[in-house]
Design a protein around this ligand. Structure first.
Ligand SMILES: C[S@@+](CC[C@H](N)C(=O)[O-])C[C@H]1O[C@@H](n2cnc3c(N)ncnc32)[C@H](O)[C@@H]1O
Length: 165
């Protein structure tokens, strides 16, 4: 199937305990807006809404995953707080995001970095799973094991992580 936009990473879901740690480390507050770039089945934005009182915007290229995540949002009656955008994350405006989450690749993060630098408001936090954002200062790094493998979560803040060159 043809999807408009380049796939920057395959679908691998973050385990739920990793998702919760990502949202905790970002200190997501009620009413804030969390964007997950490449949202898969929508779990990050759904948990952000259900457990942190946030608004969620998930962006996903794969129409099957969009369908699955929208069905879950509908089933949980979160339509007023969670939106799933079908399309290329590179084309979505991030200016309303308080928190951005990404579980992609280091190469993808490098490609997205200029977009974060241009569009994010100052003080917006960015949390990544397993892959760093090249040239940005890591503010916090958490490593832990689940039953299968170890995971690393990286916290960034637009105002504090952009390196002055
Ligand atoms: C590793 S999965 C992460 C899923 C979810 N964020 C999580 O942590 O559970 C990466 C997702 O990004 C999506 N993706 C890759 N390139 C994309 C693009 N250019 N625009 C939107 N989504 C994209 C893939 O289809 C896949 O679902």
């Amino acid at each position: 199937m043809y999807y408009s936009g380049q796939s920057l990473a395959p679908y691998v879901a973050s385990p739920v305990n990793v998702v919760k740690r990502m949202l905790e480390i970002a200190e997501v507050k009620p009413g804030e807006t969390v964007y997950d770039l490449g949202c898969g089945d929508g779990r990050i934005v759904i948990i952000a809404a259900q457990e942190f009182g946030a608004k969620g915007v998930g962006v996903e290229l794969n129409p099957n995953l969009v369908k699955e995540s929208r069905a879950k949002v509908e089933e949980l009656k979160l339509n007023d707080r969670v939106q799933i955008i079908q399309g290329d994350l590179m084309k979505v405006d991030l200016s309303q995001a308080d928190v951005v989450t990404m579980y992609l690749t280091t190469g993808a993060n490098e490609k997205i970095r200029p977009k974060l630098e241009t569009e994010l408001k100052s003080g917006a936090r960015v949390v990544t799973h397993d892959f760093t954002i090249p040239k940005w200062n890591i503010l916090q790094e958490i490593r832990f094991r689940d039953d299968y493998r170890s995971h690393t979560i990286y916290l960034y803040n637009k105002s504090k992580s952009m390196k002055i060159v």
